[in-house]
Design a protein around this ligand. Structure first.
Ligand code: NAD
Length: 367
């Protein structure tokens, strides 16, 4: 049986979830883990007994036996340099979203992967949510007729919003609705987005990092389909990293409503009150079974590498998603729609907006 040696760089929450699956599968011959936090590295080393554990990702780069690398680091600023180094070293890469913070960085990663004939994909784990896979099947087999509209409303718990806000100023559309933009555009392939109008509202997050609590983004596709995506991170805690999603797809021949609010399994104890387990976006290992998308997504990428099959999420698609959420940020800032593809003027305006955020400019505080 063909197996591979795999490296996991960044083994926090999501990287730890990847490592759990990687340590169980027979497709992985040797597992190598890396994190800059010695305590977290030691914890995972003791739990999963990897072949090696290192504090320096250059050890993964230098190891020629490692052909596949999962990158799950934060802050998101380090996605580009670490992915670039891995791809330059000839490794197949699965990188968590966002693909990069700048469009040129994404372009460079895509170009290196292509030049070196490597698999490169982005962790849009909702593609492995069985409800969303079902939506794709029902659209492709024609059950719904011509799709007319798609609505997605996603809310995450505020502890998660706060965790993200503590490391970087990225908006809910960049960090959360990105998943929805990804799978909606996948559902609607080959249609492309042509116009974006986004509005954000301030609340709990405003004093923390000036970010919106919730953003509602309307996307018009070039085939006339209208998409509405709401994404926020101010729900009260209902389970660690709780996420609740509601999806409505209408078509000329039918409608599909997907309830992914995780209310169909609840646990009630004297200690915690009512909570909704197995409700996080990546999912979690539950004894012998993985409840959620990230387990199967991890295996799918390893199989793509071993069998030389296409990856589920093409990096060019992730780049289109990036262009769309960047337009959404600009739209929310300007209070007007932004056309896609971006023009020289809007690319420059997005760069200005990011520079303002980096400099600590906080529009919420100026009201
Ligand atoms: N697909 C999903 O559903 C999903 C869900 C949550 C987060 N994410 C994405 O996954 C990524 C990780 O998020 P998280 O919540 O696990 O973050 P986290 O902060 O829990 O973990 C990140 C880890 O990276 C480590 N790290 C930082 N720099 C490093 C370096 N140079 N070398 C090695 N390790 C390094 C940190 O020490 C930390 O342990 C983020 O980019 C996030 O956007 C995806």
């Amino acid at each position: 049986m063909k197996t591979v040696e795999v490296g996991a760089i960044g083994v926090g929450w999501v990287g730890g979830t990847r490592v759990e699956t990687l340590s169980r599968t027979a497709l992985v011959d040797k597992l190598h883990i890396c994190d800059i936090k010695p305590d977290r590295l030691a914890e995972l080393k003791a739990r999963y007994k990897p072949a090696t554990a290192t504090l320096d990702y250059q050890d993964i780069i230098k190891n020629d036996n490692i052909s596949v690398v999962f990158i799950s680091t934060t802050p998101e600023t380090n996605h580009y340099p670490i992915a670039r180094d891995c791809l330059r070293a000839g490794k197949h890469v699965m990188l968590e979203k966002p693909i990069a913070l700048e469009l040129w960085e994404a372009d460079e990663l895509i170009a290196i992967a292509k030049r070196n004939n490597l698999k490169f994909t982005i962790g849009y784990s909702q593609r492995f949510n069985q409800k969303i896979a079902y939506a794709k099947k029902k659209i492709v087999d024609g059950t719904l007729g011509k799709v007319v509209s798609i609505l997605v409303s996603r809310h995450l718990s505020r502890a998660l919003g706060k965790k993200i806000a503590s490391r970087v100023r990225l908006s809910p559309v960049v960090m959360e609705s990105t998943h929805d933009l990804d799978f909606v555009m996948w559902l609607l392939e080959p249609a492309k987005p042509i116009r974006v109008y986004s509005q954000g509202a301030y609340g709990y997050m405003e004093p923390i990092n000036g970010s919106h609590d919730v953003m509602f983004t309307t996307v018009t596709m070039d085939n006339g389909v209208v998409v509405m995506i709401g994404g926020g991170w101010n729900f009260p805690e209902s389970f660690p990293n709780y996420c609740s999603t509601w999806i409505e797809i209408t078509g000329t021949d039918g409608a599909l409503v997907l309830d992914d609010t995780a209310r169909d399994h609840w646990l009630n104890t004297e200690k915690t009150g009512q909570v909704f387990p197995m409700s996080t976006m990546p999912g979690e290992q539950v004894d012998h079974v993985f409840a959620g998308g990230m387990g199967p997504e991890t295996i799918h990428f390893i199989e793509s590498c071993i069998q030389n099959k296409p990856v589920m999420v093409k990096p060019e698609h992730a780049r289109m998603v990036m262009e769309t959420y960047s337009a959404a940020d600009l739209s929310a800032d300007r209070g007007e729609p932004v056309n896609l593809p971006l023009t020289n003027e809007t690319v420059a305006a997005i760069a200005d907006l990011k520079a303002r955020y980096r400099a600590g400019d906080n529009p919420a505080m100026q009201k």
